[in-house]
Design a binder for this molecule. Structure first.
Ligand SMILES: NC(=O)c1ccc[n+]([C@@H]2O[C@H](COP(=O)([O-])OP(=O)(O)OC[C@H]3O[C@@H](n4cnc5c(N)ncnc54)[C@H](O)[C@@H]3O)[C@@H](O)[C@H]2O)c1
Length: 273
């Protein structure tokens, strides 16, 4: 159901790779709510992903940018403002990649050069995006910047590996930059901590399917899917949340506050009876 919550707003959405990507669902919902958007991803993702299909569907353009490169991000903001006809109202950072996970390195035997690259892609890129937007004065007053994160920043999920520290850093950048952006022009900066979701990045984590099922049984509302995450992002980009900033917002069906329940413990829905 569309309510024109983002009518007249301009946004940049990072990270739509294919139709399973959370950013894909967010882009579709923002478009539905009346926003004008630009899509972006790393040049390599443009070659093997499907982002051009999405751009065609939403009648927009893909501007390639490696989010670890300042000059790419500067070009992205310059071109986006030209294309959309003004300053930007919202940005979604939906980027994550771990070299050690990809190469199946255990947490106790990490390649630390790869770990730093993981931090650069998954977390420092968020600071870089905000720094460019801040210094170019590219955000409209009262704008909204979001990044997607995961609860491994607070709790231990051994197979999540170095991504746990990436997410802790990402969430910290939201608080610190949220201060500076708030003072400058009332721009909000938040992270959404999303349930396990079946995507390319998600399913790269060892044992993801088992964990996905466990989280689904443990959460009173079940796992939040990409479509409901997109709804939450729309609300956070809208003017309805203009006083919410520097927060890590759990969007996980209640999982964060659970201890144990009989369904998850038994691994069997009949146990509830
Ligand atoms: N899937 C889950 O279970 C889950 C849960 C919580 C949070 N998240 C987070 O959601 C976000 C989106 O992930 P997803 O699950 O939709 O998977 P995804 O694989 O569809 O998206 C990850 C994106 O990061 C992009 N990317 C990688 N390196 C980049 C670079 N250098 N520059 C620009 N873009 C780059 C990829 O091309 C891809 O589009 C990530 O931050 C992820 O950690 C995912």
């Amino acid at each position: 159901m569309a309510n024109n919550l983002l009518k007249g707003k301009r946004g940049i959405i990072f990270g739509a790779l294919d139709e399973k990507s959370i950013a894909w669902a967010v882009a579709e919902r923002c478009h539905e709510e009346g926003a004008q958007i630009v899509l972006t991803n790393a040049p390599v993702a443009l070659r093997f992903g499907k982002i051009n299909e999405l751009a065609e569907k939403l009648n927009t353009k893909v501007i390639p940018a490696d989010a670890t490169k300042i000059e790419d991000i500067e070009n992205l903001f310059t071109e986006s403002m030209e294309l959309l006809g003004g300053k930007i109202d919202f940005v979604l950072h939906s980027i994550g990649m771990s070299l050690n996970v990809r190469k199946k390195k255990e947490y106790t035997n990490l390649n630390h050069d790869w770990m730093l690259k993981t931090f650069d892609i998954s977390a420092v890129s968020f600071h870089k995006v905000m720094q460019v937007a801040y210094n170019m004065d590219a955000m409209n007053d009262g704008g909204s910047i979001l990044a997607l994160t995961y609860m491994a920043a607070q709790r231990t999920f051994p197979e999540y590996n170095e991504m746990a520290e990436s997410k802790a850093l990402l969430e910290s950048y939201a608080r610190s930059f949220g201060y500076h952006f708030g003072v400058k022009n009332k721009v909000r900066v938040n992270t959404i901590s999303q349930s396990p979701t079946m995507t390319t990045a998600g399913s790269g984590v060892k044992g993801f399917g088992t964990f996905f099922d466990f989280a689904d049984k443990m959460s009173p509302l079940g796992n939040a899917d990409a479509a409901s995450c997109a709804d939450y992002c729309v609300v956070m980009f809208s003017d309805l949340t203009r006083m919410v900033t520097m927060q890590n917002l759990f969007h996980d069906g209640g999982f964060i506050n659970m201890g144990i329940n009989s369904v998850a413990l038994a691994g069997d829905e009949d146990a509830e009876a």
